[in-house]
Design a protein around this ligand. Structure first.
Ligand SMILES: [Zn+2]
Length: 414
């Protein structure tokens, strides 16, 4: 059988440009010697790749930060401060965040808006995002170049079209959110979509608590509960991109009704609504009501503490199922589940001891999110940077041509 797909030198060069840019994007300042070692290429090849990425306006070489007074410091390669940026959007049940994120992962500017918990339509959210994107462009220098927009959504969503198949807590079903949003944005900007927890997993793997691990699970607790799974260094997407819906895995078929239409889902035991219920609160979930329970539990109030520990038991059972299925090196918890892990680690660990198979249980680490509440937002930026990192030559707009293109696109939108 003849094998096809042999790489030509041109393709190898473009692939290596992407690899080098990815290293600098992830780890920041690196010397040529470090890059030579990491990529396993010779010094002159690294020199040529650095020169080409410099010409594309993506990186530059400079004296390392904090080393200005040293005698003759070796220069480092780093993302260019005025290099291209990604626009990251995080849509949540009660909020929208829009941010500009630089190559290298620094948040340059951000807008946070709180939304009413009930009845928010895709149109409301698209209008909000479009206004914020316009403000972001206005706040950055005209020469700033955008690689595109990555949108994190709390539900199942198609990666390219942005059709939200089901976002239970927004009560959206089969909404053409991507089309509605794209119509309101400047023409020509690439927009891509991902599930919030999947993007959180991606970001935690790249820059957070799962860095350096090949097999990881990220769980995030808000009103809904999301999951993202990294297998062998890659995000597990499933056939349609909908994998990782840990919140709707079954814990008890006779359990409380869930927003998704089923009963006894993980979310009904470890989501924020469950936390409030188990802590004896009768108020609807909101940032304030959840923060109140957390404060009370930290202060030792018995009802609040009992609630957090009951959620810890549910979390432990959920993680035990995941450990048995996936044998991850690390499980990361974010949102309210980060606090639950902090305050009820004993309950979580006990459930793992009882329910997870011994070797996988013995080796798994439990950690809270390294990026705090920004995991999904940073993941949105990574989604937008994806094409540039995969092929810098085909994707990057050289600085001298970028200004006008962006200006035109922005003006057209206004
Ligand atoms: Zn459910």
């Amino acid at each position: 059988v003849a094998r096809t797909g042999a790489a030509r030198p041109e393709e190898i060069r473009r692939h290596n440009l992407g690899l080098l840019l990815e290293q600098v994007h992830r780890d920041g300042e690196l010397t040529r010697a470090e890059l030579t070692q990491r990529l396993g290429l010779n010094r002159s090849t690294i020199g040529a790749l650095v020169a080409e990425l410099t010409d594309l306006g993506l990186i530059d070489e400079r004296v390392p930060t904090g080393n200005e007074r040293a005698g003759r410091p070796s220069h480092v390669v780093a993302p260019r401060a005025d290099g291209p940026f990604a626009i990251a959007v995080e849509v949540d049940v009660d909020s929208v965040v829009t941010a500009a994120v630089s190559l290298g992962g620094e948040v340059l500017a951000r807008y946070d808006h709180t939304l009413p918990v009930n009845g928010t339509t895709p149109y409301d959210i698209a209008e909000r995002i479009a206004a914020d994107v316009e403000d972001l462009f206005a706040s950055l220098p005209l020469s700033a170049r955008s690689v595109g927009i990555g949108v994190s959504t709390p539900g199942t969503v198609t990666p390219t079209g942005g059709r939200v198949e089901h976002a239970p807590n927004l009560e959206w079903r089969n909404e053409p959110f991507g089309t509605i949003l794209t119509e309101r944005l400047p023409q020509g900007i690439a927009v891509s979509f991902g599930n919030d927890a999947n993007l959180g997993a991606l970001a935690e793997h790249l820059r957070g608590a799962a860095r350096g691990f090949h097999d990881a699970v990220y769980l995030t607790g808000k009103i809904g509960v999301g999951g993202g799974v990294i297998v062998d260094g890659k995000l597990l997407s499933g056939a349609g991109g909908f994998a990782g819906e840990v919140g709707h895995m079954l814990l008890d078929p006779l359990g409380p009704p869930c927003h998704c239409g089923s009963r006894g889902c993980v979310e009904t035991y470890v989501g924020e609504q469950a936390l409030l219920r188990l802590a004896g609160r009768t108020v609807p979930p909101s940032r304030e009501s959840v923060a109140e329970v957390v404060r009370a539990a930290r202060a030792g109030e018995p009802d609040a503490l009992r609630g957090v520990r009951a959620v810890g038991v549910g979390l432990g059972r959920t993680i035990a199922n995941l450990v048995n299925l996936l044998n991850p090196q690390v499980v990361i918890t974010g949102g309210s589940l980060a606090t639950v892990l902090e305050l009820s680690r004993a309950e979580v660990e006990h459930e793992l001891d009882v329910r997870a198979m011994s070797e996988a249980r013995r080796t798994v680490q439990l950690r809270t999110a390294g990026l705090g509440d920004n995991s999904s937002l940073i993941g949105g930026a990574e989604l937008a940077f994806g094409p540039l990192l995969a092929d810098p030559v085909g994707t990057a707009v050289p600085p001298e041509r970028a200004d006008r293109r962006l200006e035109r696109a922005t003006r057209a939108a206004i």
